[in-house]
Ligand binder design. Structure first.
Ligand code: C5P
Length: 411
């Protein structure tokens, strides 16, 4: 989910840097847009480094006459791709422009072009805030559905005291998350997610692996962040960008994944094992590339550790493994036949609270697809068959069950 953070030229511009971090912690991808005067207060480099994206501040490229087609239509592209435009701080001048529909720079043009909700967080001197023109501009914006996060009262940079100080980052974040419809039902939970395949090296060039893309696990990680959980993502090699805000631990083999998961287990209240862990690894890994001439015709394999079984063992030896609580455990079962029957057998043998069974024979389900067809299987009760849906929606449905099971465990 992408949002744009517009920064205009007020002394409070530096506080917007903190907003970037708060938004990222909830899994939001933040594009910062600055007005020319904002760049006098804070350098665009600060925001670029925090957000991971170049800051947009000019409408037509850096120098007059150097615009190209991409820069000329960039505001439309950003306008269409964001779920909200937040302007913090918004100066009196910027609000006047918004109220009157002016579009003389990138930020005001973006505000005109985007269908996304607009959240405006004013910050200015008390006299400017109380000025009749500002009052009527604020009223006009509010009437048009713009959400205004009222400034706080207090000591202002100009030495005066009164209303005009940028609202707290908490108040701004609350308004943004509410506008985006982000739930907070995993607040206080730490979700440990595994994702992607594992690679079991034969030599420095060749390895055994599987077709997992990591999309399902990354979707769970992102959905967890959006619902206010702390998320630890232990990922095998994938081509995906990790959601900003996760604590990422990259691993390669099943053994490395097991080590990482067991090391972080005591922090987790929920474990979602979406990784497609290789079941076997070569018995020996060559230190040098094997030559065609001396490559053995048979590969001797050894089983890899079953991470879920190791987790179950840690839970039953809770005292020695220093676990304070039993985390809720969700496993996955990729199946080509007897979906529910096979999934239930895994649920029981691995001691899980829930298993997500997916049929990997269909093109719209399983490995590398953007959608999934899954069935939830629990230790008791009937399996729940879900209609085909995006992996993001599946992730949220899994987390709905996690919330339900966690509250059942507590009561
Ligand atoms: O037995 P199978 O590999 O089908 O089980 C799938 C579930 O078990 C997944 O949740 C997967 O992450 C986990 N698993 C594991 N360790 C393995 C193999 C699979 O934890 N060695």
């Amino acid at each position: 989910m992408k949002v744009a953070l517009g920064v205009s030229g007020g002394i409070a511009a530096y506080k917007a840097a903190e907003l970037v971090r708060i938004f990222q912690e909830r899994g939001l991808d933040v594009q910062v847009v600055m007005t020319r005067s904002a760049c006098e207060f804070v350098t665009p480099l600060t925001f670029a480094a925090l957000s991971g994206h170049s800051v947009i501040s000019e409408m037509f490229g850096r120098h007059p006459g150097q615009a190209n087609l991409e820069s000329a239509i960039e505001h439309i592209e950003v306008a269409q791709s964001i779920q909200a435009l937040i302007i913090a701080p918004a100066t009196a001048d910027l609000m006047a422009k918004l109220a009157h529909g002016l579009g003389d720079d990138f930020l005001t043009t973006l505000a005109l072009a985007t269908p996304a909700p607009l959240i405006v967080c004013p910050a200015m001197n008390v006299g400017m805030w109380d000025n009749a023109a500002t009052r009527s501009n604020v009223a006009l914006l509010r009437k048009r559905g713009v959400r205004i996060v009222e400034p706080d009262e207090g000591y202002l940079a100009c030495g005066m005291t009164g209303p005009g100080r940028l609202a707290s980052t908490d108040a701004i974040a609350r308004q943004v998350f509410e506008t985006l419809g982000l739930r907070e039902d995993l607040k206080g939970e730490t979700v440990l997610v595994t994702a992607g395949p594992t690679c079991e090296d034969i030599d420095p060039v060749r390895f055994l692996s599987n077709r997992s893309s990591g999309k399902m696990g990354y979707a769970v990680a992102e959905a967890g962040l959006r619902r206010a959980a702390r998320v630890i993502l232990v990922s095998g090699p994938t081509a995906l960008a990790p959601p900003s805000g996760v604590e990422l631990q990259q691993v390669r083999s099943a053994e490395e994944m097991e080590k990482a998961v067991l090391a972080r287990l005591k922090e987790a209240s929920v474990v979602v094992m979406a990784a497609a862990v290789a079941d076997y690894r070569p018995a020996k890994t060559g230190a040098r590339k094997m030559k065609k001439s001396d490559t053995p015709r048979q590969l001797i394999l050894k089983p890899t550790p079953d991470i879920l079984k190791s987790i179950s063992k840690s839970i039953s030896n809770r005292r020695t493994s220093q676990l304070r609580r039993k985390p809720l455990i969700v496993g996955f079962a990729a199946e080509t036949d007897h979906l529910v029957q096979n999934a239930r057998a895994k649920l029981n043998s691995k001691g899980l609270d829930m298993i997500v069974a997916n049929d990997v024979t269909r093109p719209d389900s399983g490995f590398d697809a953007d959608t999934n067809r899954v069935t939830f299987v629990f230790p008791n009760g009937k399996p729940r068959v879900l209609e085909p849906m995006s992996k993001q929606d599946v992730a949220n449905r899994i987390l709905d069950e996690v919330v339900r099971l966690r509250s059942k465990n507590r009561s």
